[in-house]
Design a protein around this ligand. Structure first.
Ligand code: CA
Ligand code: CA
Length: 364
C-alpha cells in the first residue's frame, strides 16, 4: 500500500467538512480538506466564467430546452449545473428510453420486503450516540433493489437527457455501482425511471425543494428505517448485512481491509453481486458504495421516533442520510446500525444509491 492510495482514501472519504462523519473522521484533516475542496471549486469555476453567467442569464429569461442542454454540456462544472438539471427535468418531458438501455433495472430486480416492527439502532461498544436509543419502529411493505444502481443504469439516464456521465475514475462502469452521485441526482433518476415504466412519480422537484408522495407506486429512495430493516434481513440483529461475524464479512462486503491486506481483490468499487447477499438476497448493503436515503439527518431523531410507523426522518435539515459504508472504510463503518450523512449537493467517489418502491397498490 503506497502513500498515494492512502491519500486517495482520505480525500474521497473526508474531503469536505460538509460531508461530516462523526466517527472515523480525524479533526486534524478538516483544515487541509477544506483547502482542497476550495481549490477544487476555484478550479472548476475558473473556465468560462463570464460566458457561463451570461448563458445562465439567457436561460432564466427564456427557458428553452436546447439552451439548457447546451449549458449542461458547455459548463459541466458550473455552479448552476444542478439548477439547470432540475429546470430541465421539471419543465420538459423526459425523452423516451432507448430499448434495452436500462436492462439492469427491471421489476424483477426489486425484492418484496414484508413490513413488520423491529428494533432500530445500536448500543454495542462500537455504536455512536446517534444510534441510540434502540427503539421500536413499524414499517409497511415495500420493495428494495437487489443491487446498488449501476453505471450501466445511470448512464442510460444521462444519455436520455443529454447529461454528461459521471467519472468512474478508471475503475470501470457497467455493473459497478454508479458513484459521484449526489442526492438530487438520485432523486431525478427515480422520477425518470418511474416515467419510463409508467409508474407514478414519487417526487415533486421545485429547484432545491423536493417533496414525496408516499402513495405513488414509482421508484424512490428507501427511508433510513427501510434501509436498516432490509439490511438486517427484516430487522434481525445482524451486525452487518448478511453476517454478524467479522471473519465472515469478507464474503459479504467490499470494504477497506488494511494497508497491507487487500484480499478481496477490489481496492475500489466492485461490480454489484461480487459478494454474497443477505437473507433477502440484497447485495452490497454493507460496503461498496454508500447509499443515499430519503431522510434529513438529525442527531437526536431516535429520541423522537420511538414507536413510529414508517418514520421518514427529521422534517428539515441540511444534510441527508447515507448508509452502509463504502469500499474506502473499515468494518465498523459498515455496520447496519451506523448512521452517516452528507450534504445532498456533494458528489463523491464513495456515494451511490439503491432504489425502493412502496408496495401498497404497486402491480408487479
Ligand atoms: Ca475491498
Ligand atoms: Ca452499498
Amino acid at each position: 500500500m503506497n502513500y498515494s492510495f492512502i491519500l486517495l482514501i482520505i480525500f474521497s472519504t473526508w474531503v469536505s467538512p460538509k460531508c461530516l462523519a462523526q466517527n472515523a473522521q480525524p479533526a486534524a484533516n478538516t483544515a487541509s480538506n477544506t483547502t482542497m475542496a476550495n481549490k477544487a471549486e476555484a478550479i472548476s469555476e475558473t473556465p468560462n466564467l463570464i460566458s457561463h453567467e451570461q448563458h445562465w442569464h439567457q436561460i432564466q429569461c427564456t427557458p428553452d430546452k436546447e439552451t439548457i442542454l447546451e449549458h449542461l454540456q458547455r459548463f459541466p462544472l458550473c455552479k448552476h449545473h444542478q439548477n439547470a438539471i432540475l429546470m430541465l427535468c421539471n419543465s420538459f418531458p423526459y425523452p423516451a428510453i432507448q430499448e434495452g438501455s436500462a436492462a439492469n433495472t427491471r421489476p424483477g430486480d426489486m425484492v418484496f420486503v414484508k413490513g413488520d416492527s423491529f428494533m432500530m439502532g445500536g448500543n454495542d461498544w462500537e455504536s455512536h450516540s446517534n444510534e441510540t436509543p434502540v427503539h421500536q419502529v413499524s414499517l409497511s411493505d415495500f420493495y428494495i433493489g437487489k443491487f446498488e444502481v449501476t453505471f450501466a443504469e445511470y448512464d442510460a439516464f444521462c444519455r436520455a437527457i443529454g447529461r454528461r456521465q459521471f467519472s468512474d475514475h478508471g475503475w470501470g462502469r457497467e455493473r459497478r455501482p454508479a458513484v459521484n452521485i449526489n442526492w438530487f441526482d438520485a432523486i431525478e433518476y427515480c422520477n425518470w425511471l418511474s416515467e419510463q415504466h409508467d409508474y407514478e412519480k414519487v417526487y415533486t422537484i421545485n429547484l432545491e425543494t423536493v417533496t414525496a408522495n408516499w402513495e405513488a407506486n414509482g421508484f424512490r429512495l428507501p427511508t433510513e428505517a427501510e434501509w436498516e430493516f432490509a439490511a438486517r434481513s427484516r430487522g434481525q440483529d445482524d451486525k452487518w448485512a448478511g453476517t454478524s461475524s467479522e471473519s465472515e464479512l469478507m464474503h459479504f462486503a467490499n470494504y477497506w481491509e488494511s494497508q497491507e491486506n487487500d484480499e478481496d481483490g477490489f481496492p475500489f468499487t466492485a461490480p454489484v453481486k461480487s459478494f454474497s447477499g443477505n437473507e433477502l438476497g440484497l447485495h452490497d448493503m454493507s460496503g461498496n458504495a454508500w447509499e443515499w436515503c430519503w431522510d434529513w439527518y438529525d442527531d437526536n431523531y431516535y429520541k423522537k421516533s420511538k414507536g413510529a410507523q414508517n418514520p421518514k426522518g427529521a422534517k428539515k435539515g441540511t444534510v441527508r442520510i447515507r448508509r452502509g459504508g463504502s469500499w474506502a472504510l473499515v468494518p465498523a463503518s459498515l455496520r447496519c446500525a451506523n448512521r452517516y450523512y452528507c450534504d445532498p449537493h456533494l458528489r463523491y467517489r464513495v456515494n451511490g444509491f439503491r432504489l425502493a418502491m412502496s408496495a401498497g397498490d404497486t402491480k408487479r
